[in-house]
Structures are given as C-alpha cells and as structure tokens.
Design a protein around this ligand. Structure first.
Ligand SMILES: [Zn+2]
Length: 242
C-alpha cells in the first residue's frame, strides 16, 4: 500500500474521531463553544433551532409528496449524541419539485424548536438529502399521550447498550409516525449540531404526535441529558405556515 495514502487515511480518521469526541451538550464541548470547533456554528446568521412565532400564513405552500411505499428496513444506533434510526435504503419525498431521500431520524430532549416559547418534551428530526446535496429536515414535535403504533416497532432499542449499533430487519414507515394533519411551518435554517451547515429547509409539522410517558422516558434514557441546542436568533428570516 502506498505509504502516503496510508498515513493520510490515519490522519483523516483521527480528525473525524477528534470531532466526534469534542462537541456535546455540557462542559467544554457545550453549544456555547461549538463556534470554536466549527466556524459556522458561531458566525452563521441563518442558524437553527428558532422560536416559531409571528409566522406569515401562505396557504399555497408546496405539498410534501411521499413517493412509493415508504416501508424500509432500518438500523438503530446509539451514537453518544442521540438515538438514531438509519434507513438502509432511503424512502423519498418530493418537495417543491425536488426529490429528497430520507437518510435517518433521531431525537432531541427537550424539543429544539419552540412554538411561541412552548417547548415540547421531545423532537424528532427526519433528515433528507437531495442528489445535489440540499438538505431538508422534517421536525416532529412529541407530547405525552397515546402510543404510536409504528413507534412500537422500534422498542428493541430499549435493550441496546450505549454506543451500540443494532442491525435489524424491521420495516419502518415514517409516514405512519407523522401526524395526520400535515400543515407545517417552514423556514431556512441550519443543522442543529456541528458543523451547523446552513441552507437547510426546515419543515415542522404544526400538530405534535403523541407517545406515552414511559416511551418518552425510554428514549430519554438513550440521549445525553438536554441534547438540544439553545434557540438561535432569526436575523430577519421569515417563518411561513400554511
Ligand atoms: Zn436533530
């Protein structure tokens, strides 16, 4: 093997793992310090999450179109920052004429986005990516109530160890976890974790879904405490709703 290539490989993996251990939600790696690790987190002007208020109503906002059957097999990962469900093959949506593949969803406690300063106990982020690299995240707020039938399929995560990845044959359909009423808020923001990349299209369903208190606690047990980034300023951005 080419020695230089080998060394570059080692340096690259060192670099990646250094990033992984550096950021978190408390101490030296807390959100206040993310700007020291990734410039955009500190200097970006279109950052997420935000408080959703004073939205501009626009009835004709694009519809989210769910393509084909959305049931796909998944892996479940406790990656130290969150509990994440990876889709082995992406199910896709079309939004505003562009196709986005669903890569994964993960959880934050408490919610990252607030609605007129109200904070829900949990927020799920369904991360989608288009062929040209554009990112779209569907945010689903969770409140306490009845269970969600589709969520029951994930219960295997309860027995997972920290930092474990579980490969499964579970077929999961995100459409079944979304609220029936798909009206939403939308704005242009960023990833809420380093590297805090901007130009992310955010779609947040207005209607929260419900999980039981026990289910919410089970998820929380796999999350670092308060793995939510503080609210970022809007800096003149407009939040639309339909
Ligand atoms: Zn997230």
């Amino acid at each position: 093997m080419n020695k230089l290539l080998f060394l570059t490989g080692i340096l690259f993996s060192l670099n990646v793992s250094a990033h992984d251990v550096h950021w978190g939600y408390e101490g030296e790696g807390a959100p206040d310090h993310w700007g020291e690790l990734e410039k955009q987190c500190g200097t970006g002007t279109q950052q997420s999450p935000v408080n959703i208020a004073n939205t501009v109503v626009k009835k004709e906002l694009p519809k989210i179109i769910f393509n084909e059957s959305n049931s796909k097999t998944i892996d479940i990962v406790d990656n130290g920052h969150t509990l994440q469900v990876d889709f082995k093959e992406g199910s896709s949506i079309t939004y505003d004429g562009k196709v986005y593949e669903l890569l994964q969803f993960h959880a934050h406690e408490e919610a990252e986005h607030t609605i007129e300063r109200v904070r829900y106990p949990l927020e799920l982020h369904f991360v989608h990516k288009a062929k040209n690299g554009d990112v779209l995240v569907i945010g689903v707020l969770v409140k306490e109530g009845k269970t969600n039938q589709e969520f029951q399929k994930l219960k295997i995560f309860k027995s997972m160890a920290k930092q474990e990845k579980l490969e499964t044959h579970i077929s999961f359909n995100p459409e079944h976890i979304y609220p029936e009423d798909k009206s939403y808020y939308t704005y242009s923001g960023s990833l809420t974790t380093p590297p805090c990349s901007e130009k992310v299209t955010w779609i947040i369903f207005k209607t929260p879904i419900t999980l039981t208190e026990e289910e919410i606690d089970d998820i929380k047990a796999h999350l670092p405490k308060n793995n939510n980034r503080p609210i970022r300023p809007l800096n003149g951005r407009v939040i639309l709703s339909n």
